[in-house]
Design a protein around this ligand. Structure first.
Ligand code: PMM
Length: 282
């Protein structure tokens, strides 16, 4: 069994979308060659994982079939893994996860938290790899209708806890699990800010937490210009980096980010300050 890595600092997962249509980098790495080059670059910059996805989860996106997902991601995972890069696969489908693991992926990043494919729990239990269970209330086409909460932090914590109970009952050891509040997935900007404000409660659930705030639209809305025009994805990296700092400081296990090099440096900086605090106390 591969357990969840615990390097003693916040883990950095670099985003590699091999898709023509992701909101933040869609089309940039749609061919295997440029995707592999970018994955190697993030690895060289110190990313702990390169997270390879072949299906866009952007709001309203249409689904692609499993064969197309595999066609996009497998050559990239194979090549990166054989170059010694630790890869994860961003998929909700058990059959895609299975072939990705055979190609070298060592973590399943499932934005549906196991809800989209009933076969995922068995696959993960058999493969013995870490599994990110993200908070999810439906596929991209329908998720905004589900963005209704009384207290979003309480409800996300409760729904994630229920997912953990279900998958553990299905045979997945808790040591394999990572939880993710799913910023932007069935959440509006206020919900995302509330979850960032409630990181301590998520961390308090007792399992490692992954956070994916990088380049998301709520940051673009915050940084809108004087006319109210939302800042485009490529102008959101400084704000994304601020979320890495907040996450590392809050004891979050990992961040999923586009600008991996910047987050690696930020995490090192936060750790130096934490160590200095520890030295002063000790
Ligand atoms: N966000 C996206 C895709 N995959 N996985 C996890 N675990 N958490 C996230 O927040 C998440 C994800 C969408 O963002 P992208 O289009 O930039 O990849």
């Amino acid at each position: 069994m591969i357990t969840v890595p615990r390097p003693g600092r916040c883990v950095v997962m670099g985003v590699l979308n091999v898709t023509p249509d992701s909101f933040s980098d869609g089309g940039c790495f749609a061919d295997a060659e440029s995707a592999i080059a970018h994955g190697l670059e993030m690895h060289a910059a110190g990313a702990d994982y390169v997270d390879v996805g072949g299906e866009s989860t952007r709001p309203g996106a249409d689904r692609v079939d499993a064969a197309e997902e595999c066609r996009r991601i497998l050559p990239v995972i194979r090549e990166l893994s054989s170059a010694g890069v630790r890869t994860s696969v961003d998929t909700t489908r058990a059959e895609v996860a299975e072939t990705a693991i055979a190609a070298g992926a060592s973590l399943v990043n499932d934005v549906s938290g196991g809800l989209a494919d009933a076969g995922m729990a068995t696959l993960v239990a058999d493969a013995g790899v870490p599994w990110v269970l993200m908070h999810w209330r439906g596929h991209s086409r329908e998720m905004y209708a589900a963005a209704r909460y009384g207290d979003v932090v309480t409800e996300v914590c409760a729904e994630l806890t229920a997912r953990v109970e279900d998958v553990v009952a299905a045979g997945v050891p808790p040591e394999q699990l990572v939880l993710d509040p799913g910023l932007g997935f069935a959440k509006n900007a206020d919900h995302n800010w509330a979850l960032l404000g409630g990181l301590d409660r998520l961390v308090g659930l007792g399992l490692p937490i992954l956070l994916g705030a990088s380049r998301k639209t709520f940051l673009g809305r915050l940084l809108a210009d004087a006319d109210g025009k939302v800042r485009p994805a490529e102008g959101r990296d400084a704000a994304s980096l601020a979320t890495t700092v907040l996450a590392a400081e809050a004891g979050v296990w990992g961040v999923r980010v586009h600008d991996a090099a910047a987050s690696v440096d930020a995490v090192r900086t936060v750790e130096a300050v934490r160590a200095a605090r520890g030295a002063r106390r000790g």
